[in-house]
Design a protein around this ligand. Structure first.
Ligand code: 9MR
Length: 371
């Protein structure tokens, strides 16, 4: 029996005994251990919150969030299209609620994201003049980062500015503002939010070519005398294909730049996909063969998922002095974006809690590393 299975067995046994000694039928009633408590001396344990969760419309999720996580990222509501829908209109309602909710629950907010080519408001995509676009860019960062300075712990200042080969993505920001736009964004954010940690965030930036581009980008920001505090590796990975060696190399190399390293959007895809990464503009054909686990995840796959999570968290613990946070991209499987991408309407199982908010074997594997 592995250490993980032994730990899960002990947990279930305790629950069984608790049930029997209380004279009730043995059902699982006791709380599972708390990841944020187990990992409190190692790194933050985060989750991504959706609107329903921020508005506390889901009591089961609320209980789980408060017990398990000490950091949270808004999954969508601080993105440009929602928070800044028109030239001089800002919609801070949900972001303010998120800040309040997290304060109440002693959770740090990792705000996401100031500058991203995706989920931009329509008005910004239509701006033709370079001067107007620069004004939009500057006003957006100043207004949003300024409002939440001291209220959020960190910002993903720029998200996904790189191509897979490490060159700069030809986004609207690059096309309009040139390739100094990333440094400019950090410079404006540093002025507007002097008390907020400032990060660059991307997917696949643990892969060697993209990592080299990411390092060059960070060095450029640093050479300009502008503050950057950390780098986020999103961590949208696939079952059985976790690039542990590249991840380890990345932690070492990014740390050598004096940055904190974070895993900001962790999930492990268990369904077939013919490409890697998280480029939301990529899609794939559907079909039932692409959605094999509608009625539940076979135990063999659960165990593989648990092994992958265990190996990852073992590595994170090895580098706990460099890794400051690990954020799961969602509270439970039912909420995951991977149920709708790159094929709509699939039943996916990428997180540590299932659709009934119960811990999966992967959760116990991660918890067992701290026993
Ligand atoms: O999880 C988010 C999903 O609800 C949105 O529909 C999607 C739209 O672009 O964005 C998802 O979050 C992304 C994150 O903001 C940046 N990295 C990739 C994430 C998954 O697509």
């Amino acid at each position: 029996m592995t250490q993980r299975n032994a730990f899960a067995a002990v947990c279930y046994l305790c629950l069984f005994v608790a049930g029997c000694t209380s004279g009730r039928k043995a059902t699982i009633t006791k709380e599972p251990p708390s990841l944020k408590a187990l990992y409190k001396n190692d790194f933050g344990i985060g989750t991504a919150l959706n609107t329903e969760q921020i508005e506390e419309k889901d009591p089961k999720a609320a209980e789980l969030i408060a017990r398990q996580f000490n950091m949270a990222t808004p999954e969508n509501i601080m993105k440009e299209e929602i928070i800044h829908p028109a030239w001089d209109t800002y919609n801070f309602d949900l972001a303010d609620k998120m800040v309040e909710y997290c304060k109440k629950n002693d959770i740090k907010v990792n705000a996401h994201t100031l500058i991203w080519h995706s989920q931009m408001p329509a008005f910004a995509r239509r701006i033709q003049s370079v001067d107007s676009f620069r004004t939009f860019f500057t006003n957006h960062i100043k207004t949003v980062a300024g409002r939440y300075d001291g209220k959020v712990y960190s910002w993903d200042v720029v998200n996904e500015a790189l191509n897979e080969d490490g060159t700069m993505r030809k986004s609207v920001f690059l096309q309009k503002l040139g390739d100094d736009f990333v440094t400019d964004a950090f410079r404006i954010a540093q002025e507007a939010a002097p008390h907020t940690q400032l990060y660059y965030n991307d997917y696949n930036n643990e892969q060697p070519a993209k990592r080299a581009g990411c390092i060059a980008l960070i060095k450029k920001i640093q050479a300009a005398g502008v503050r950057i505090d950390g780098v986020g590796i999103q961590g949208h990975w696939h079952l059985g294909k976790i690039p542990l060696k590249d991840i380890e190399e990345s932690i070492v190399q990014y740390s050598a730049l004096g940055l904190k390293v974070m895993f900001t959007e962790l999930d492990i895809e268990v369904l077939n996909r013919n490409f890697s990464g998280a480029d939301v503009s990529q899609t794939m054909q559907g079909g039932s063969s692409n959605n094999p686990y509608v009625n539940g995840l076979p135990d063999s796959v659960q165990q593989k998922l648990a092994s992958d999570y265990e190996a990852l968290f073992r590595l994170f613990l090895k580098y706990k002095n460099n890794v400051s946070r690990v954020t799961l991209w969602g509270v439970h499987d039912g909420q995951s974006w991977l149920n709708g991408w790159p094929v709509r309407g699939r039943t996916n199982y990428p997180l540590l809690f299932d659709r009934n908010y119960l811990p999966k074997p992967a959760f116990y594997a991660v918890a067992a590393l701290k026993k």
